[in-house]
Design a protein around this ligand. Structure first.
Ligand code: APR
Length: 253
């Protein structure tokens, strides 16, 4: 009974995506869980092991070495070793075949790009780049910079920070502007693996709903979107659900 229910929901979702003229994917930490990256919240979430204070801007400026030791352990020693999973690859294939116009991610792990997606809006920035806290110089060759902590700018010796936003920082203006623009155009939104608890990212899906767009949500658990705005809720792992949708879409081509 439950399998038939999921099958009909998968069929519904694939038809919506196949017939939609402008589709956007909005992803959160859940899409990278099957790559081995823990989510932030929940029982095994990163914030149950580490103190998020290291990502507070003022604390970071006052305690750069202590903060960097933890940041390196979470976001560099570990993130650098992981690979995209079938959920990332499905979105990349859909983008390539013209069925997905935009990917907006809250993630900073770079896995959408590693799966082949060349157009990704990183709403919270990226860990794949460091930025000088004084002159704004960006660095992408990370390995040698991270040998001595805290990493420092080659020009002015100021401390470098990951180019993702810390608590207390604003959303990169261009990412915000492009995300709102994409959401306004979307006929269909695929929400994948986000609790929708962190503003302002959490408010983006409501733009699509207000404009009459369809919302497909994929998550192992229900969220604040599920009963409020989701038209099709697919309960399960993103790395299993998304490839199933792709198979059904290929069958229509
Ligand atoms: N497939 C789909 N969803 C999953 C999977 C999976 N395999 N595993 C977990 N999830 C779901 C969880 O049920 C949860 O709803 O992914 C979601 C992860 O939620 P969060 O950890 O809160 O991550 P996210 O919503 O991306 O957090 C938003 O908070 O700490 C900040 O800046 C950080 O970008 C992050 C933001």
């Amino acid at each position: 009974m439950q399998i038939n229910f999921l099958k009909s929901r998968l069929a519904e979702a694939s038809e919506i995506i196949y017939t939609s003229k402008y589709t956007v994917a909005f992803t959160g930490a859940g899409i990278s869980v099957e790559s081995g990256i823990p989510s932030f919240r929940g029982k095994n979430g990163l914030w149950s092991k580490y103190n998020p204070v290291v990502l507070e801007l003022n604390y970071f400026h006052d305690n750069p070495l202590e903060s960097w030791k933890v940041i390196k352990e979470i976001f560099y020693d570990f993130f650098m070793k992981v690979d995209p999973n079938p959920a990332h690859f499905t979105l990349s294939h859909l983008q390539e075949s013209g069925l997905l116009q935009e990917i907006i991610t809250q993630n900073i792990d770079g896995l959408h790009q590693h799966s082949g997606s060349n157009k990704v809006i990183e709403f919270h920035g990226t860990s794949m780049q460091l930025v000088c806290t004084k002159c704004g110089q960006k660095y992408t060759q990370l390995a040698h910079l991270l040998e001595n902590l805290p990493p420092r700018c080659e020009k002015d010796n100021a401390v470098l920070k990951p180019d993702f936003i810390f608590f207390g920082e604003g959303i990169p203006p261009l990412a915000y502007e492009n995300s709102v623009k994409a959401m306004k155009q979307a006929q269909t939104l695929i929400i994948v693996g986000t609790t929708g608890e962190v503003a302002p990212a959490s408010s983006l899906p409501y733009i699509v709903k207000q404009n009459g767009g369809k919302i497909i949500e994929i998550n192992t658990e229900s969220t604040s979107y599920t009963d409020s705005i989701s038209d099709v809720f697919l309960a399960g792992k993103a790395g299993e659900i998304l490839p199933e949708i792709e198979k059904l879409i290929i069958g229509k081509m």
